[in-house]
Write a protein that binds this ligand. Structure first.
Ligand SMILES: CC(C)(COP(=O)(O)OP(=O)(O)OC[C@H]1O[C@@H](n2cnc3c(N)ncnc32)[C@H](O)[C@@H]1OP(=O)(O)O)[C@@H](O)C(=O)NCCC(=O)NCCS
Length: 130
């Protein structure tokens, strides 16, 4: 699996995956990685914290460990930059994503009721590295 920093032009295929997955359209930031035009992760960094803005895998290539590889890689790279606090929010019914995040040690810290336009609640999770 080849993981590379995302380039501006990757947004062309990233936005297709985002819209097919019903996700908001986030452009790659300076802390974003892609895996073989099949999967991506986009973070927003602020000081020693960062927030996961978007992660998705092409629907035909899920279950192959791509998201796990991207999370591992980005945690390692972000930790090298001195980032210790990782935050994210996820739809409460997104069991695949919640299971992925828990594997990395993320814990639920809050709930946002009716956060999404369709009335679904958001779960806020974080991971603090020592
Ligand atoms: C969530 C998502 C990114 C997972 O990507 P993936 O490449 O299929 O995940 P992986 O193969 O790396 O699996 C890693 C872990 O995620 C969890 N997981 C993945 N798919 C799952 C499923 N269908 N059901 C339950 N858990 C699942 C498991 O814990 C898995 O670990 P395991 O293989 O040891 O059981 C993918 O399903 C996706 O793109 N979903 C649509 C977009 C989305 O919801 N993004 C998150 C919100 S921004």
């Amino acid at each position: 699996m080849i993981i590379l920093p995302a380039l501006e032009q990757d947004f062309e295929w990233i936005k297709v995956i985002q819209s097919e997955a019903g996700l908001p359209l986030w452009k790659p930031s300076s802390a974003s990685w892609v895996l073989e035009r099949s999967a991506f992760v986009i973070w927003q960094v602020a000081g020693d914290e960062c927030e996961l803005l978007s992660i998705a895998v092409n629907a035909h290539e899920r279950g192959k460990g791509y998201a796990k590889a991207l999370m591992e890689h980005s945690h390692k790279e972000l930790a090298k930059q001195g980032i210790k606090k990782f935050f994210l929010e996820v739809r409460e019914n997104n069991t695949a994503a919640i299971s992925l995040y828990k594997k990395f040690g993320y814990e639920k810290i809050a709930e946002r009721k009716k956060y999404y336009a369709d009335g679904e609640c958001a779960v806020v999770m974080n991971l603090i590295l020592n």
